[in-house]
Design a protein around this ligand. Structure first.
Ligand SMILES: [Zn+2]
Length: 1028
């Protein structure tokens, strides 16, 4: 049957087929050259340019000016609205006709007032189908609008993708015409392309590759590009090849359409709204023509945007959600960073996300979906399970720089023992193209071959949006069961995970965090975003606590539930995986800081109102009477500053009960006050009965003594509080990466501008301040503070930072010997090694933690606390906190300017648990609040009998005005039974999950003094308390 002779020359046959479909060579006579038929110019094209993103209805009322091909538009971030008038000739009856559009930028076609199709060259979408088969009854004269965003899929980086955007970039319209599209040529091209790829990728070792080679070659023989009637025989040859089936044991690839859209990154939030619309409307068009096409889509925030801005499109999406084809996944508000958000923030990501999905689409997501995030907290499995999710999909660990993660499908176990079934698509991408290469990689890279026979393949342009194309669908359709390739089925996460669950006996378990060995600078970059996040997390916590107390104490008080939802959603949005990590452009940083400002301003006002409801009378009525609110679940005795009548700050030592209020009393001063001595050598000694510290003129700790045991915390011959500067030039990902070799460039900061001098001379507070020069323009001014009764020493730090590619840290060499250090994470902590034995150990030279890290040996340890930092490293006995970086891409001004932050050092006897390090770190982050007004006596809303249990959250229950939700967790890593007592009028109580669904299967166990709760290590428990 084949044309003869067929010579044994693989190369010429292969290249012959490649040239037959090349878009570069021989297009005058090859098949590719026949893809388009007759063309007609547009009747007219005109343009209106806008600096702002405006609505369709506003745009079409503007004055449009004539334009021509080759014209340049912009600059960057502007929008061009094109009015396109076209006519389809009647003689094209029966043909498929496209509007062909080639331009820079990202386009959206509007027709009859509706968005109908996204257009981007980068996303391989350059035509809009006007008709699939022209009929006389169809309109032949059509007016369309094309809304063109002056940015590419990946923003407008100057020179490289991640460089800061070029504000002056121009965008060109290269081509727009009406054209006959030869669908049968497209089909045949797809056949050829797949066959050529099979030949190349299966290589010379596989017989199947040769079968593909001879098939493709014979198809060239049979096919005359000028004669469409010759195509059928070629096509049937391809068809025969593709339909030669696999055996039963072949691997199954679950193909799912996907479009990863970063909620902000190299473009601002506002553009993302349009990216969603452009990408998703294109998905809807594909769904109309491809009945099996399934698309997975994450991030409730993006759905919310489309609902608000594109209601027509949203109802089309809803239609396909109901059909199970447009599948919401993930369950979270945004695809958040997996390291930095607090435990409660992570819960709210799910609470806001899942509630949105349930309300809009009728059900919760069953899979957590976070393919592109820079590491995954070991507390996530428990949080997922509490939110109704037992399955997790990601792939980012394939980016590890040092170690290859050993599994693709496995059980992931968190710090409390919760397990979730986890799948990393073995193709190591969330934006495949449905090509042979993707399918082969999915099988080849799979590290659980033989244990499981199913894998996911997510296809569609991503990061900047774009999504799947018809071509990707056509490819996958052809090779559903083709001998030599894995089987392919259009699938859904539910089908995939059900298959994995049904046959999971051989799967391995990974315990602890999924640490990404890359992008470790993201714990530090954009310090103001980190500070904003930490402060706003604390503010919303305090606001909820105060509002709940006010709700129970004052009938007239209205809980600000709508406002709180708004503020939480802003905070959650900024936790997106390119915003809180600091890997975004300057425009995004500005937006993020504005959102934090809004949370602070509105939140503070609401907090003040709640506090006023808790005390009687306003400040005016009762003069200078002041009460203090403690939102944490243990009694606190601390020094607070009272705003005096004059400008002088007055200090007071107050004791406030757990989750309660106390009046500020003019009590007798405590026995051990702070004393300060300037010694003859100029060094300064501060002591408060608990700690004795000696500070040199450079502000470094020469000694830090724990008085009770006379134990020195600073390592012999070393100095604590040593600032150090490192060169910080990564290999590529500037804002993201700090590389191991930066450690070889350490330089201590020792140039004194102002030597240490006493600022507060003792009593309730002693403090010492000094100023150092980091380099030409950068300086550090620090106040070292020791308060009466306080077990830690505080470092209030101000840095003026004007650096390029430098990394500032502070070091504490301590007298502790231990092979591992402890770091706080969400609702708990974990250990990491202090040595570099193996590649897995040294790959963690820069790690993340939350409010504290601790290095302890038996009986003694030192904790390093902070109020806004996340980057740590503890190597041998040196505890280091990462303070500031100075990357130049994608934000050329990242972190330049003034920064204020606080860290603290706390030596302790016994264990960090026994010494209340966890509570101290909370206290540093959740300062006591002053309320102007009288409270007659101390009052406490909640107490917990065990110091290991922390009452993390008190809020009004979602949509239940008469109920409070309280959330507690075991923080020591111990099994414990604890009694929660309350003075609030609680009528009944229920256990519930993190989505606040009551769980009647676990009855409340009442004790005489309250509710008895039994915790396993790091267990999170939520209760609904019904209030009278
Ligand atoms: Zn991303």
């Amino acid at each position: 049957m084949y044309h003869k002779p067929v010579l044994k020359n693989r190369r010429t046959l292969l290249e012959r087929a490649e040239k037959f479909i090349s878009d570069t060579y021989f297009t005058d006579c090859n098949l590719r050259g026949r893809l388009f038929g007759d063309t007609r110019p547009l009747e007219s094209i005109s343009v209106f340019q806008s600096e702002k993103r405006i609505s369709y209805s506003e745009a079409i009322q503007q004055d449009f000016l004539p334009c021509k091909f080759g014209d340049a538009f912009g600059p960057t971030w502007w929008t061009c609205w094109f009015r396109v008038v076209l006519k389809i000739p009647e003689t094209w009856r029966g043909k498929e006709v496209h509007l062909r559009w080639e331009s820079d930028g990202e386009g959206m076609v509007w027709r009859d007032e509706q968005p109908v199709q996204g257009l981007t060259k980068e996303g391989e979408k350059t035509s809009y189908i006007l008709t699939e088969c022209l009929k006389d009854s169809e309109p032949h004269s059509i007016t369309l609008y094309v809304e063109l965003a002056c940015n590419s899929l990946f923003g407008a980086g100057q020179g490289s993708m991640i460089a800061a955007p070029d504000p002056n970039r121009k965008f060109t319209l290269q081509k727009a015409d009406v054209v006959v599209f030869n669908r049968d040529v497209r089909e045949l091209l797809t056949d050829f392309e797949l066959l050529v790829d099979i030949v190349k990728l299966l290589g010379e070792g596989e017989q199947r590759g040769y079968q593909a080679l001879f098939t493709a070659n014979e198809m060239v023989n049979l096919c005359d590009p000028t004669d469409n009637s010759s195509f059928a025989s070629a096509q049937s040859l391809a068809q025969r090849f593709f339909s030669q089936r696999n055996g039963e044991s072949q691997h199954v690839v679950h193909a799912m359409g996907h479009c990863h859209i970063d909620s902000a990154w190299l473009w601002p939030y506002e553009e993302t709204i349009r990216k969603c619309a452009r990408s998703w409307v294109t998905v809807i068009r594909l769904m109309e023509n491809n009945p099996e096409f399934v698309f997975t889509c994450s991030q409730a925030q993006q759905f919310q945007w489309v609902k608000s801005w594109y209601p027509g499109l949203f109802s089309e999406i809803k239609h396909f959600v109901q059909k199970g084809r447009f599948i919401p996944v993930g369950g979270t508000w945004v695809e958040m960073d997996g390291n930095l958000p607090s435990g409660e923030s992570m819960v709210r990501q799910f609470l806001q996300g899942q509630s949105f999905f349930k309300e809009e689409f009728g059900h919760y997501c069953k899979e957590f979906w976070l393919p592109d995030t820079f590491g995954y907290s070991a507390q996530l499995p428990q949080i997922m399970k509490g939110c109704g999710i037992t399955r997790f999909l990601t792939q980012k660990l394939s980016w590890n720089l040092v170690n290859t993660f050993p599994h693709n499908t496995f059980f992931w176990e968190g710090i409390d023992g919760s397990q979730v079934l986890t799948h990393f698509p073995p193709g190591n991408s969330y934006e495949m193209k449905g090509k042979v290469e993707d399918l082969i990689n999915t099988v080849k890279n799979n590290k659980d071959k033989g244990r499981t026979n199913h894998s996911a393949a997510l296809f569609g342009f991503g990061d900047g949006g774009g999504g799947p194309t018809q071509l990707m669908l056509d490819r996958l359709q052809r090779v559903r069961d083709t001998d030599g390739l894995p089987k392919v089925q259009m699938s859904s996460p539910d089908v995939l995970f059900s298959e994995l669950e049904s046959d999971s006996a051989l799967l391995c378990t990974w315990v602890g965090e999924l640490f990404l060995e890359l992008h470790n600078g993201t714990y530090t970059t954009q310090a103001k975003i980190k500070l904003g996040n930490r402060q706003c997390e604390a503010l919303l916590h305090d606001l909820e606590v105060a509002s709940c107390l006010a709700l129970c104490r004052r009938e007239s008080f209205t809980y600000p539930s709508c406002k709180l939802q708004e503020l939480w959603r802003l905070l959650l949005l900024n936790q997106f995986h390119d915003v809180i990590p600091g890997s975004c452009i300057e425009m995004v940083v500005e937006d993020a800081l504005e959102y934090y400002d809004e949370i602070c301003t509105t939140g503070s006002k609401l907090l003040l109102a709640a506090c006023e409801s808790l005390v009687s009378g306003s400040a005016q009525d009762v003069g200078s009477s002041i009460s203090v609110l403690n939102t944490l679940s243990w009694e606190r005795t601390e020094v607070v500053s009272l705003q005096g009548e004059d400008t002088q700050t007055k200090l007071a030592l107050v004791s406030v009960p757990s989750v309660g209020i106390a009046p500020v009393m003019e009590t007798a001063e405590p026995a051990p006050l702070v004393s300060i001595t300037v010694m003859v050598d100029g060094n300064i000694k501060m002591e408060n009965g608990l700690l004795k510290v000696v500070i040199d003129r450079t502000g470094r700790l020469m000694s830090l003594l724990l008085v009770q045991t006379n134990r020195e915390a600073i390592s012999e011959g070393s100095l604590g509080n040593q600032f150090t500067l490192f060169d910080d030039v990564p290999l590529y990902w500037d804002a993201w990466d700090v590389m191991d070799y930066h450690l070889q460039t350490r330089k201590p900061v020792i140039e004194v501008i102002e030597p240490a001098k006493v600022v507060s001379s003792g009593g309730l507070r002693g403090s010492v301040s000094f100023t150092l020069r980091i380099s030409g323009k950068s300086t550090i001014t620090q106040e070292i503070v020791l308060d009466a009764c306080c077990p830690y020493i505080k470092f209030n730090t101000q840095v003026d930072w004007e650096e390029a590619h430098k990394f500032l840290k502070v070091e504490f060499p301590v007298q502790v010997h231990s092979p591992s250090a402890t770091y706080e994470i969400q609702f708990g902590h974990l250990q990491r090694p202090t040595h570099r034995n193996t590649s897995w150990d040294w790959a963690r030279f820069e790690v993340w933690g939350h409010k504290w890290a601790d290095l302890s040996e038996h009986g003694f340890g030192v904790a390093l606390l902070n109020n806004s930092k996340y980057g740590y490293s503890i190597h041998q006995n040196i505890m280091t906190l990462s303070l500031l970086r100075a990357p130049k891409a994608p934000d050329a001004n990242a972190d330049m300017g003034r920064h204020n932050f606080t860290y603290a050092l706390m030596p302790h006897t016994g264990s960090f648990q026994g010494a209340s390090v966890i509570q101290c770190a909370y206290s540093l982050n959740f300062p006591l609040h002053l309320c102007h007004g009288v409270t007659s006596e101390s009052w406490s809303a909640f107490t917990i009998s065990s110091p290991s249990v922390i009452l993390e959250t008190i809020k009004q229950a979602e949509k239940r005005k008469n109920a409070l939700l309280v959330r507690l967790y075991e923080s020591h890593g111990s099994s414990v039974t604890s009694i929660l007592s309350t003075s609030l009028p609680v009528q009944e109580a229920w256990h519930c999950d993190l989505l606040e669904r009551p769980d009647p299967s676990v009855p409340i166990s009442s004790a005489a003094s309250g509710i008895s709760l039994t915790f396993k290590p790091f267990q999170i428990k939520s209760l609904l308390l019904i209030i009278q």
